[in-house]
Design a protein around this ligand. Structure first.
Ligand SMILES: *Cc1c(COP(=O)(O)O)cnc(C)c1O
Length: 455
């Protein structure tokens, strides 16, 4: 084992990035704008402002500003749990007997347990500055709801969370963390909104999906005075906030004098992967460097690898704007897999355009192979990873094993997005050999594609 590279590389507090990066400024083909399904035209700020926070809307449509200053208050909050170290996975490398060098960036060292807090505090800060009473949102696995609850509690904002029903039932402890931070949590679909009642009538007994919960949270926001809707992934603004991850990785690698070859992240709505990878993709777009970037998604919800690049609704209830993205169709309800944070039918428009332009590759992996990888990671590196993050671990292990065949000592950077402490029902299923691999058939996908809006 060479001794040169430390196990953990820490940045000093004053080395936390003070600006977020907007990759759109470096993209030749900009992502397509959000479209108002009513008018068929790009969504205007006037149309966005009743639903979302004003400052966030400006960021959302800004294709030109390359760097956004991180507000001092947000930077100070970041200092409670950032910078996160970049860790060399020596023990995993040894177990795999690979010449590859694996580095991981762990974002699970805060109570909410994932990277989502990076955007939650940024969005809650803007809502507070706008003088709002509170925000509404959806949560899938519960990480985003937890993160937003923490941020809202810190700033004294009310927080209403619509939680996908299967997660609400599988993860009662996450719900209690949210309630401890003062949030109201409603299982979705619910009877509390018109769109929830409609979905329940059409799909009785449904375990819900992110798409359903988004519809309910949007309806709740626009029907209450002083509330706006906030979203934890997919949107351009969220990718921008999450670039604090990739910028920290760049700073740490620079300290080490290491150049990354391969960068691997899981992809649900695209925020962690976008945050980790777009600072590197920016270098590629500017012709400064080259990287291999791999998005890893569940075989049960394969937006990049089997989806269509088309305008689609972001929600099941079809009340949200249309986004041009890789999508399985807003009517596609993925099977109740154990990686709730990856159960979304669509994908970030920024990442969708970059993928379409060939800047990175994607692969889909099956649930049981993901938990096999998670188990090896836990046993070697000590961290119990979130099921979502473990998709990226699976691909990292596969790449490291390929290096073993070719003898290449590649530098692989793994985005380890969160902790699995709240996912023990999933680990229980895996450990008891009760976990299956559900892969949608082409017919199922065609059914959902047939309902894509005609734009
Ligand atoms: C939400 C979540 C994801 C997936 O969301 P992205 O927006 O694609 O990053 C991945 N890992 C964890 C731990 C999450 O909470």
């Amino acid at each position: 084992m060479e001794e040169k590279i430390p196990y953990k590389t820490y940045l000093a507090e004053n080395e936390i990035p003070t600006q977020w990066y907007n990759v759109r400024a470096d993209m030749k083909t900009k992502p397509a704008p959000l479209i108002n399904p009513g008018t068929g035209k790009p969504l205007t700020l006037e149309e966005m402002n009743p639903i979302f926070c004003e400052e966030l809307n400006k960021m959302e449509i800004d294709n030109d500003t390359k760097w956004f200053d991180i507000p001092t208050e947000v930077l100070e909050f970041y200092k409670m749990y950032r910078p996160s170290p970049l860790t060399r996975a020596y023990f995993l490398e040894k177990a795999l007997d690979t010449p590859a060098h694996i580095y991981y960036k762990f974002e699970g060292n805060n109570t909410s347990g994932s990277h989502k807090l990076n955007s939650a505090i940024a969005q809650a800060y803007v809502a507070k500055k706008q003088g709002l009473k509170g925000v509404t949102t959806e949560t899938g696995a519960g990480q985003w709801g937890t993160a937003l609850s923490m941020a809202c509690a810190f700033l004294g904002l009310d927080c209403n969370v619509y939680m996908v029903k299967c997660s609400y039932e599988q993860k009662p402890f996450r719900r209690e963390v949210m309630r401890t931070y003062g949030a109201t949590v409603t299982p979705s679909p619910s009877e509390t909104t018109a769109v929830g009642r409609k979905i329940l009538a059409e799909h009785p007994g449904t375990t819900g999906s992110l798409g359903c919960a988004i519809s309910e949270a949007v309806e709740a926001a626009v029907s209450k005075e002083g509330y706006r809707y906030v979203l934890g992934s997919v949107l351009n603004q969220v990718l921008i906030h999450q670039t604090v991850i990739g910028l920290e990785v760049q700073a740490a690698l620079k300290k080490l004098g290491v150049k990354a070859d391969t960068i691997i992240g899981c992809a649900g709505g695209g925020s962690n992967l976008g945050g980790l990878a777009t600072p590197f993709i920016g270098e590629m777009l500017r012709g400064e460097a080259d990287y291999r970037i791999i998005a890893v998604e569940p075989a049960s919800c394969p937006s990049f690898t089997r989806g269509k690049f088309a305008y689609d609704f972001c929600d099941t209830g079809k009340i949200c704007p249309l986004a041009k993205m890789y999508t399985l169709g807003s009517q596609f309800i993925p099977s109740a897999s154990h990686a709730g944070g990856l159960r979304f039918h669509g994908m970030s428009p920024i990442l969708s355009q970059l993928y379409h332009d060939g800047l990175f590759e994607a692969r889909a992996v099956e649930q049981t192979s993901v938990f096999e990888a998670a188990t090896l990671f836990a046993r070697t590196e000590g961290i119990l990873p979130a099921p979502e993050s473990s998709h990226a671990i699976r691909a990292t292990i596969d790449e490291a094993l390929k290096c073993k065949e070719t003898g290449e000592a590649k530098n692989i950077v793994l985005g380890l997005t969160g902790t699995g402490y709240f996912d023990l029902v999933a680990y229980e299923k895996y450990n008891s050999h009760e976990m299956g691999d559900y892969i949608p058939t082409d017919e199922e996908l065609e059914q959902a594609f047939a309902q894509l809006p005609k734009v």
